[in-house]
Design a binder for this molecule. Structure first.
Ligand SMILES: Cc1ncc(COP(=O)(O)O)c(C=O)c1O
Length: 412
């Protein structure tokens, strides 16, 4: 939609067709309509520009990365959707490319359209192997469709939709003792789902040996381990995967967000040949009309290549350290009991002692031209998920604006 095409009554139209909540949110955030994006920037209909440190973790490659856009455009002009009859070369190549960068043994790739569908597919694979008892972590976020919601541990999102899946145990994140107790109680039937760093839970970094211990415990109690890297994977943490630094390989790995290249929605489950057997035997056992469409897979293929060819992983690591230092520098002027900064790579959380401050700072940053994330499972945490393709000037712009916004909202 071009600037000229944005309707004057857009807020009313939104209220009528998308609901009052969405319309109020749009108004609260200034009433602007986003119409254009490129690199680290989003443009609104009134000509304003916003540096995007938000976007829910999608834009590690920025908006409309040229290589991804070119691949998608070419696919669009040849064969965007398939018949599901013949071999689908782009999907097959994208699967091979993704498997080439995932940990060894994870060779089977099942593409879907969203993160929550990746969780669903993984939970169904676990069930097909008799692992019906799910163990998830407090504040863990794995999506909002019914199965995924059952392991997304926040009552606010769960309560209106009960009853959810039975047999779910919630354990504190980062606590191997609680995890062992939960697995021992369901030995032979358990399946753990966990993030390497909790994103929506408020950027919680677990103890260094947590994931390796989880993998060991899953073996001991004959259970499966799903590691959800939808937010952390493909370089976000300054490593290809969060599991890399943990020195373990999960049974199932969930990928999303960055896989889209910031251009077409696509997510995936990557697993071993053994675990994939039920889906391999019958491709219609778990299918979806639009899943693994050539257009989505062209984005995924290009995105994985960009992460590798443009050294996105080490850029995220270096930039992440610079940003973490800068954010800590700014917040060092705030009373220590009011704020805590933590993170890894380009996933950084700033926790305040009250949710109101997060809202105030968020709006102040928007006013000054910077977008950030709130955290769905932790209202006291402001989350930064900037692109790895930031220029020094863009980083400097953020640092200046962030310092001004903190001075005005938190330190006053
Ligand atoms: C770790 C994790 N898992 C799953 C999801 C759900 O992904 P989607 O919103 O694409 O359904 C998210 C989304 O934020 C996420 O951060």
């Amino acid at each position: 939609m071009t600037v000229a095409e944005v309707r004057l009554d857009i807020e009313n139209l939104c209220r009528t067709h998308q609901g009052a909540g969405r319309a109020s949110l749009g108004r609260l955030l200034g009433g602007m309509a986003e119409v254009d994006s490129s690199g680290a920037w989003v443009l609104t209909h009134d000509g304003r520009r916003f540096l995007n440190f938000g976007g829910h973790g999608v834009y590690l490659l920025g908006h409309r990365h040229p290589a991804v856009t070119a691949a998608v455009r070419q696919q669009l002009e040849t064969h965007p959707m398939s018949t599901r009859v013949f071999f689908e070369p782009v999907g097959i190549e994208a699967a091979a490319e993704l498997a080439s960068v995932t940990p060894p043994g994870l060779d089977l790739v099942h593409f879907v359209n969203s993160g929550t569908e990746a969780t669903e597919a993984a939970l169904k694979l676990a069930r097909a192997h008799g692992k019906t008892e799910l163990v998830t972590t407090n504040r863990g976020f794995h999506g909002k469709t019914l199965g995924a919601l059952s392991v997304t541990a926040r009552r606010l999102y769960q309560d209106p939709f009960e009853p959810l899946l039975p047999g779910v145990t919630v354990v504190p994140y980062g606590d191997p003792v609680a995890l062992e107790a939960a697995l021992a109680a369901v030995a032979g039937r358990g399946c753990v789902i966990v993030e390497p760093v909790q994103g929506e839970g408020g950027v919680i970094v677990p103890p260094p040996d947590y994931l390796a211990t989880a993998a060991r415990l899953c073996r001991r109690y004959d259970s499966l381990l799903i590691v959800d890297e939808i937010q952390t994977g493909l370089g976000r943490l300054g490593s290809w995967w969060g599991v890399d630094t943990a020195g373990m390989v999960p049974d199932l790995l969930l990928v999303g967000k960055v896989l889209s290249g910031g251009v077409v929605p696509v997510s995936a489950v990557v697993t071993t040949a053994d675990i994939y057997k039920p889906f391999a035997k019958d491709p219609y056992l778990h299918s979806s009309t639009f899943a693994a469409s050539p257009i989505a897979c062209s984005a995924a293929l290009a995105a994985v290549r960009v992460v590798r060819d443009e050294d996105i992983v080490s850029r995220a690591a270096t930039l992440g350290e610079e940003l973490l230092d800068a954010v800590r520098g700014v917040t060092s002027h705030v009373e220590t009991e009011r704020v805590e900064v933590r993170g890894r790579g380009l996933l950084i959380g700033i926790e305040f002692d009250e949710p109101g401050l997060v809202g105030e700072l968020y709006l102040n940053l928007v006013d000054r031209g910077v977008l950030v994330n709130h955290s769905l499972n932790s209202p006291t945490v402001l989350r930064l998920t900037p692109p790895a393709i930031l220029s020094p000037a863009e980083l400097e712009f953020f640092n200046t604006v962030f310092a001004e916004a903190v001075a005005e909202t938190v330190s006053k």
